[in-house]
Write a protein that binds this ligand. Sequence first.
Ligand SMILES: C[S@@+](CC[C@H](N)C(=O)[O-])C[C@H]1O[C@@H](n2cnc3c(N)ncnc32)[C@H](O)[C@@H]1O
Length: 272
Amino acid sequence: MSQSKDHWSSEAYSTSAAFVPKLAQTLLQYLDPQPTDTVLDVGCGDAKFTEAFLPAVGSVLGIDASPSMIESATKDYAGPNAAFRVVDCCYLEQDTSIVNGTWDKVVSNAALHWVLRNESTRISTLRAIFNCLKPGGMFVFEMGGHGNVGEVITALTYSLLQQGVSIEKARETSPWFFPSVDWMTSTLESIGFTVENMETEYRPTKLTSDKNGGLAGWVRLMGAQFLEVLPEGKRGATVQQICDVLQTIVTRQEDGSQWLGYVRLRGVARRT
Ligand SMILES: C[S@@+](CC[C@H](N)C(=O)[O-])C[C@H]1O[C@@H](n2cnc3c(N)ncnc32)[C@H](O)[C@@H]1O
């Protein structure tokens, strides 16, 4: 089953958010790619992160809900040991060709805070990941953690309220779930995983220059679902207002560069 609307554009992603896959060095160390590994990459996007471990493993299947991202991944990286498929991972358990207890590793970078947003499918998705793995298989992930981009969420919410959107609607509109170490550890353990590592890192992250989208490009791409509750004619001015509200907090005095307060949650859990 695929999402009704594709909020992602591989082109906008590579312009405004190319830093995302490049910041995953610790995750790659935890993945510890081996030549015999079969790896499932959940929320693979345009596969720029997948590319970083593809040459070191046996085979990879990248899955993502966005047809635009999968088209780009397939064009650039599909080959004898790499395939990419459109799958809405909120309903991963329905795909028995993937959820088959045979994978050595399931990896995910910067995607699970979207995938796990919906409370009603959150646990079934994590259970499906467990059921993908062979006994002894490893789930390795990095995602937004509790407090991630708190300044942006505050500014987005403020701007929606200013446009007459109710606070309940504004909260409901948020496309993200940023869990804590405690939530993720206890949830994975309740599913049957043995959690080997769970950590958060405050990682201020530099945005691209204005020429490449900058803060406005980030807000338009990552905050698309927030903005969608507004009539199209009001979105441009709202993005401008959000950038104005954020200006002081995200801009560094020394060189004018702009940084967001990313908080990452990283974990390694094993199906024992
Ligand atoms: C920030 S990108 C990360 C892409 C890639 N993992 C990387 O490191 O560059 C987030 C990805 O999550 C995907 N995504 C969001 N919701 C999803 C869902 N329900 N099922 C599968 N993929 C989803 C998006 O389409 C997008 O490609």
